[in-house]
Design a protein around this ligand. Structure first.
Ligand SMILES: O=C(O)c1cccc(C(=O)CC[C@H]2O[C@@H](n3cnc4c(=O)[nH]cnc43)[C@H](O)[C@@H]2O)c1
Length: 248
């Protein structure tokens, strides 16, 4: 079983059209879609926007369907210098909490600096960062690159950053990318990754770039383009992944 999580229904329209047969149940006060997609048994849930929604949806999805893999996807903002433009694809090599911590006179102190682990499991303590295991990333990369090639867009692989306060200025975006090394940001990924780390479930994340993280200018955004390319990336992943495989 592969579990798919996106924030809002518009981000899953293309995939839900292809989910057959499609059964809708209730799980944890959210609709849970069950069906087959590209030969894989799939569960799909809309979390709502933000970390609290994302963590709660990921928890009920994992508890209800015991997936071998969770894929978080949707639109996202690209950081300056990432080489990404609107309509491009970003595949997470890791997810990082960008604003979990303390803003102190000496600068931002993250959870590692505060020595508060967010997850402790099997002797491993996770603070701000949730890396995607190398084998899983290398399996996913060429499949998503194929989707990017077909769509005539760029694929970047790198750290994605999860924020509660989105970067609506050039300065905020530059500072977050400098501090984290991230290529782009969103509002859910690290929370889904954290829950996956707690349950020991492999995690992948794909974002379609809907906007640049920059001085706020909504006329430059293209949400439908970001939502569409993210789903095309997920489809390519599912189509290329071995059926019934349990990713390492
Ligand atoms: O109105 C604004 O200026 C604004 C700035 C950033 C994000 C929003 C959203 O409403 C997006 C929420 C939704 O989309 C993802 N997303 C897309 N672009 C970004 C971004 O630049 N920074 C963070 N999140 C982004 C996010 O994951 C949410 O699901 C509005």
């Amino acid at each position: 079983m592969i579990a798919l999580v996106a924030a809002v229904p518009k981000e899953t329209e293309l995939l839900r059209c292809r989910l057959a047969p499609c059964e809708v149940r209730n799980s944890g006060r959210r609709d849970l879609y069950l069906g087959t997609l590209a030969g894989h048994a799939v569960s799909l849930m809309h979390s709502g926007v933000g970390k609290a929604n994302a963590a709660s949806a990921a928890t009920s999805l994992i508890a209800a369907t015991h997936p071998d893999l969770v894929i978080n996807f949707g639109c996202g903002g690209a950081y300056p210098g990432s080489g990404l433009a609107v309509g491009d694809l970003a595949l997470a090599s890791e997810e990082i909490y960008g604003d979990e911590g303390v803003l102190a006179p000496e600068g931002f102190l993250n959870m590692a600096a505060l020595r508060f682990p967010l997850v402790q499991r099997n002797g491993t303590r996770h603070f701000d960062s949730y890396p995607v295991p190398g084998g899983l990333l290398e399996m996913a990369r060429p499949l998503v690159a194929g989707a990017a090639r077909d769509a005539g867009c760029v694929l970047a692989v790198g750290a994605l950053v999860t924020v509660s306060t989105c970067s609506g200025t050039d300065a905020a975006a530059r500072e977050l990318s400098r501090r984290t090394g991230g290529i782009g940001e969103n509002m859910e990924g690290a929370a889904v990754a954290q829950v996956c780390a707690l349950y020991g479930v492999p995690f992948l994340e794909l974002r379609g770039i809907s906007n640049l993280a920059e001085d706020r200018d909504l006329s430059r955004w293209n949400l439908p383009r970001g939502m569409d390319i993210a789903q095309r990336g997920v489809l390519a992943l599912l189509e290329g992944m071995e059926k019934r495989s349990t990713p390492a």
